[in-house]
Design a protein around this ligand. Structure first.
Ligand code: SAM
Length: 265
């Protein structure tokens, strides 16, 4: 018994601290636990995801995605990858811009979310070959180097265990001249907006989540993960460090959301 206790102490003192730690909202967890729990969050909300987006943002997410569509460097005949595609809003925007020819790949870690995306593609008349759904971790993409004309991601990257690994993968799969475009929650820059936004986020959103989906914890994670994500400047630096050039961002809704862009030259 004594030797078992010593072994456990030795394990805690040596092996356990070496395990990679990260954050899940405001909690410290291991990288594997974060990946599992992010999976759990999106499996839990998948069938109410679109409705909750409209409710939480008062429909604003449609305007943010509309601006993303305008700025996406997507042309007829291209191959476009939307990472963390979820229920497919961004992919549908790309398909409109592609016109008659070209292909959009929707990739997501989570099968229930990707199934929502696949259903929407089919409902909109986009068959496999034109819109393909591939389950994958955005930081380990199953695509060849320099195979994509544009890589987009909306409200996905803050859920990654390793953001830098994700950015490196986006850079790897882009063709030279290709664009990376990312929509993500960011840091409010208008006076007092942060106070109003914090009150709304921490007091209203988890209750709304509970009321609509029966799950307040997933929405508590959502607001905490937003606070943990790097602000506009720090995230821009990470994009540059991944190798992207001509990196810039624009704030929307006073910095609640930022649209980042960079190019592989
Ligand atoms: N892009 C969609 C949109 O804007 O409506 C969905 C965004 S949803 C908030 C976040 C998505 O990121 C979920 O579908 C989730 O499964 C996905 N996700 C989380 N971690 C991921 C990872 N490591 N790789 C790929 N997708 C991931």
């Amino acid at each position: 018994m004594q030797s078992l206790r010593w072994s456990l102490t030795l394990y805690a003192a040596t092996i356990a601290p070496m395990e990679e730690r990260t954050h899940f909202g405001f909690e410290q967890v291991s990288s594997d636990e974060k990946k599992d729990r992010v999976m759990g969050v999106f499996s839990s909300v998948a069938n109410k995801y679109d409705m909750m987006n409209d409710l939480m943002s008062g429909g604003m997410h449609r305007l943010w995605k509309c601006r993303m569509r305008q700025c996406a460097a997507v042309r007829s005949g291209q191959t476009v990858l939307d990472v963390a595609a979820g229920s497919g809003d961004v992919a549908l925007g790309h398909l409109k811009k592609l016109g008659a020819s070209g292909r959009v790949i929707l990739s997501d870690l989570n099968d229930p979310m990707l199934r929502e995306g696949a259903r929407r593609m089919l409902d909109d008349g986009h068959l496999p070959g034109r819109a393909d759904c591939i389950q994958a971790d955005g930081s380990k993409l199953p695509f060849a180097d320099a195979s994509m004309d544009c890589v987009s991601i909306a409200f996905g990257i803050r859920n990654f265990v390793d953001i830098e690994a994700g950015l490196a993968e986006f850079y790897r799969v882009l063709k030279p001249g290709g664009q990376f475009i990312c929509l993500e929650f960011s840091k409010p820059v208008l006076p007092l907006l942060d106070v109003v936004y914090d009150t709304y986020s921490f007091h209203v959103i988890p209750r709304l989540g509970k009321w609509v989906t029966g799950d307040s914890e997933s929405y508590q994670y959502l607001v905490e993960s937003i606070r943990r994500f790097p602000d506009q400047q720090r995230f821009s630096r990470l994009i540059s460090q991944a190798g992207f050039d001509l990196v810039r961002h624009e704030n929307m809704t006073g910095g609640v959301v930022a649209l980042h862009r960079g190019y592989k030259l």
